[in-house]
Design a protein. Structure first.
Length: 494
């Protein structure tokens, strides 16, 4: 196309639209005769456009004039429309835009700066969709709420929990008001409808387990009202990464945290504001039903986090829970206590040869059963966990069983090998009193000081048991040496 041909085309468009004249002259220009066509480019005019443009027509008001690098510009001073020739790096275009979406509905809405200010319509132009409402002025304030519908599983071994949650995000964007039809206060959009028509803050759960199984979006919807308030609601099922403090297991309390943040915008662009309404932020009453925990409290808050250049405004719902220890009483604590009592039976069996095997079997089986039972905790606790109350309790029981088994072997040796029947029977009688008393004291310390640090509890109980055992074993060895040297009566007592 020749340059003079393009210049004539622009002059013709300006003449046909009645530049600087009233709307009546613009309507009159619509009856302009047929526009000459070029061989390699065509100019579509707005002659068939009604006096009041419709929504579908506004989207088609971009007319390409040039296929080469010539840049032209102009404008139309009309109260209903304007023509703007704008230059881009990769194309030159003539864009005919409408003042507002309200204008093409036949009314002038109140703008963000007061009456008489036009409310800019929401365009499909990429610049409108990627630019936040208050870009260049201040961070956008995004209100958020997190509601827990139910907790499916609390897995301490995997350091995670599964939650069914509803996340509400709300912000103000006056550009979005153009999506609301006249006479309607609000409109609800599906995901397919709002993706290319709205600016979104991209708020998402940030501490879910990586991978496709960590986050499952069930439903999402956006509601826009006539004031430009946008509300986005997502329901999802997530597997949340969470750290647990298991020092006081099974008397422990935990905090379940669901964290959200923008996946795009930094702290200087976006600021989260928590919604404290219990209907928006909180948990259901049956959130932990059947999960072995009791709900203590919950709170929603916002915090700022800086990790090097990554500076984010984050929101979190913190749910405080307390473990119900009753199930672990039946599974671990009581079985261990019963095994410990069974280990004392050896001190009531007669010191005769045909009871030697049952005595040894009882001592060995109870100790190995306790060791096997303690393996059940490995499936519950995290792979790498600090010393816990349950570790102290299990270690105490196993030590008492092990020392009882050792004293039983010593008694059998004194009785059948050294033939010191009187001393063996005396040791057996002493153990009937000593070992239950020592067990009672150790269990009382574990129960009364269960809130003490496990390391302090371990340092108090285990060394004390070792000292008592070593002292008593040394006394038994000393008496055995004396009895064997003096050659006292070795007759079997009644």
């Amino acid at each position: 196309m020749q340059p003079w041909t393009m210049i004539l085309s622009v002059i013709f468009v300006q003449a046909s639209l009645g530049v600087g004249n009233s709307v009546a002259r613009l309507d009159t220009a619509c009856s302009t005769p047929e526009v000459p066509q070029a061989d390699d480019a065509r100019l579509d005019t707005a002659c068939s456009t009604p006096a009041v443009p419709q929504a579908d027509d506004i989207d088609q008001l971009q007319v390409s004039l040039f296929q080469h690098s010539l840049v032209l510009g102009g404008s139309v001073d009309s109260p209903s429309a304007s023509i703007k020739l704008q230059h881009a790096s990769d194309r030159e275009a003539v864009i005919l835009t409408s003042e507002t979406a309200a204008t093409h509905h036949g009314e002038h809405r109140r703008g963000p700066d007061g009456p008489g200010e036009p409310l800019h319509s929401l365009s499909t132009h990429p610049f409108d969709m990627i630019t936040r409402p208050h870009a260049g002025l201040r961070p956008d304030m995004i209100s958020f709420g997190i509601y827990g519908k139910g907790c499916n599983n609390v897995d301490m071994h995997a350091n995670s929990f599964q939650v069914d949650s509803v996340i509400l995000v709300q912000w103000s964007d006056t550009r979005a008001a153009s999506l609301v039809p006249p006479g309607v206060t609000s409109v609800t959009l599906s995901q397919e409808n709002f993706q290319n028509k709205l600016w979104l803050p991209n708020i998402a759960v940030t501490n879910h387990v990586p991978g496709s199984t960590g986050y499952d979006l069930i439903s999402t919807t956006v509601t826009v009202n006539s004031s430009g308030i946008v509300t986005k609601i997502d329901r999802s099922q997530s597997t949340i990464s969470n750290r647990y403090n298991v020092q006081y297991f099974p008397w422990d309390s935990q905090v379940l945290a669901i964290n959200v943040a923008s996946t795009v915008y930094m702290l200087e662009d976006l600021k989260l504001v928590p919604i404290t309404d219990p209907n928006v932020s909180g948990v259901n009453d049956d959130f932990l039903e059947g999960k072995g925990f009791d709900l203590l409290s919950h709170e929603i808050l916002e915090f700022e986090e800086s990790d090097g250049p990554l500076r984010k405004s984050r929101g979190t719902l913190r749910i405080s829970i307390r473990r119900d220890p009753s199930s672990y009483m039946y599974i671990i604590i009581l079985p261990l206590f019963f095994l410990l009592i069974m280990s004392w039976v050896v001190f009531w069996l007669p010191l005769v040869p045909h009871f030697a095997m049952p005595r040894l079997s009882i001592s060995t089986v109870t100790f190995l059963s306790a060791a096997t039972l303690s393996l059940h905790l490995d499936k519950i606790m995290p792979p790498i966990a600090p010393l816990t109350w349950s570790d102290v309790f299990i270690t105490t029981c196993q030590m008492l069983m092990c020392f009882a088994m050792f004293l039983n072997v010593v008694t059998e040796f004194i009785m059948h090998q050294l033939q010191l029947q009187r001393l063996a029977d005396k040791i057996r009688s002493e153990c009937r009193l000593l070992w239950p008393s020592l067990t009672f004291i150790a269990m009382m310390v574990c129960a009364l000081f269960k809130w003490a640090k496990p390391t302090i509890l371990f340092a108090s109980i285990v060394p004390a048991i070792c000292v008592v055992f070593i002292a008593y074993a040394a006394w038994c060895v000393l008496r055995t040496f004396q009895e064997n040297t003096d050659g006292h009566d070795k007759s079997v007592p009644r």
